[in-house]
Design a protein around this ligand. Structure first.
Ligand SMILES: *Cc1c(COP(=O)(O)O)cnc(C)c1O
Length: 373
């Protein structure tokens, strides 16, 4: 089968290989069969292996998009009478704060500017002043801007003050190398369609088994989204509590195979090549980006709209989209930006081809090059 290859420069879902796409086409199967359960057992092990976890870590699968993981970790891992600290410098940590609000969980929203790394002295001050903080949460790569947060240092502080550390690694997992021990991570998370380059619908939390077991006695704030319940069901039956995303799981098996074949280092080197090519292309056209170069996570570039009356993001988007390239709007409320991302099964040549099309779009709509600010 010949499937059109689109280059997705949005922050996920990402461009997939044809072999991953085709892995979904399988004979119909009831997911309660042993054959299916054994496949999920292998996936769970592989997911832990990607972040170099040992026997003290496990992974738990859920059916849903990546946000379900944030919901699950926060609502399941907060003991009675304790508080959550969200170290917040962007849209995804803000989402975590909103989850706390929806569940009515006591929390501190420690806000920092979206274009700056969190101030660790302030983080420590808050931890010192609030001994009832039992959980610290932050985002590794704030996908809205592309800033890389110092998770190792924040995790170290969380542990020093006796708190569990959960990190939203949705936009770094299986791309930027992560080591749960060195990075002081108790829980991290992702979904299959981002770094793994599989399909949407499968998300997973990777974390410390003893903490999950301990959380059995914590308040149950959700029925569908409880970490212990899902973990316990997996351990007892090998199955997901409720219907799994069957075809997505077949795609994930293939994607994991391809992940280990490519290798952690080579894959990160490829994403870095793509990222560098994005910067070269933008620099050549005179675009400015939001986050300091050396603070970017190496996966998302947020470029500022030029100051040109002919600039119209949607027109440029549509021009590129019709030619097989998807670009994406920004996620910063105070600045007009668009994003180009280095996720997916793409390489440098795809970015070179993209910039030919992008340049043609600028010419088509009489947008000055180099762009003006
Ligand atoms: C993509 C992403 C998510 C999940 O978003 P969904 O829309 O639920 O897929 C969560 N956190 C981060 C940092 C992300 O990049």
């Amino acid at each position: 089968m010949n499937i059109k290859r689109n280059i997705l420069l949005n922050p996920g879902p990402s461009t997939t290989t044809d072999t991953v796409k085709m892995a979904q086409v399988v004979p119909d199967i009831c997911p309660r069969e042993k054959e299916f359960a054994s496949m999920m057992k292998d996936i769970r092990k592989d997911l832990v292996k990607i972040v170099h976890g040992g026997d003290d870590y496990t992974s738990v699968l859920f059916c849903g998009s990546g946000t379900i993981n944030i919901d699950i970790c926060l609502n399941s891992l907060l003991p009675e009478g304790k508080k959550i600290l969200v170290v917040n410098n962007g849209a995804y940590s803000t989402r975590a704060v909103e989850i706390c609000e929806y569940y009515g969980m006591p929390h501190i929203d420690l806000k920092f500017p979206v274009d700056e790394r969190p101030n660790l002295v302030k983080v420590e001050e808050v931890l010192k002043e609030n001994p009832d903080i039992a959980l610290v949460h932050t985002t590794h790569n704030e996908t809205g801007t592309g800033i890389l947060n110092p998770i190792r240092e924040i995790g170290e502080l969380a542990h020093r003050y006796g708190a569990v550390f959960t990190v939203d690694t949705t936009s770094t997992y299986a791309m930027r190398p992560i080591d749960v021990y060195k990075d002081n991570i108790d829980f991290c998370m992702a979904s299959a369609q981002k770094g793994l380059m599989a399909m949407t619908g499968l998300s997973f939390v990777i974390g410390k088994t003893d903490i999950i077991k301990k959380s059995a006695d914590y308040p149950k704030r959700s029925y569908y989204c409880n970490l212990f319940l899902q973990y316990d069901y997996f351990e007892k039956t090998g199955e997901m509590h409720f219907t799994p995303p069957v075809q997505t799981i077949y795609a994930t098996v293939q994607a994991l195979k391809e992940y280990f074949e490519e290798g952690e280092e080579a894959k990160w080197a490829r994403h870095t090549r793509v990222f560098d090519a994005i910067h070269e292309g933008l620099d050549e056209l005179g675009f400015k980006d939001v986050i300091k170069r050396d603070e970017q996570a190496g996966l998302v570039v947020s470029a500022i709209y030029p100051n040109d009356e002919n600039w119209d993001f949607m027109k440029v988007h549509d021009y590129c989209y019709e030619r097989g390239f998807t670009i994406y709007p920004g996620k910063i409320s105070t600045t007009n930006t668009f994003r180009l991302c280095a996720l997916g099964a793409i390489d440098r040549e795809d970015i070179v081809e993209f910039f030919k099309v992008f340049r043609a779009a600028l010419d088509e709509y009489n947008i000055a090059v180099p762009v003006r600010y």
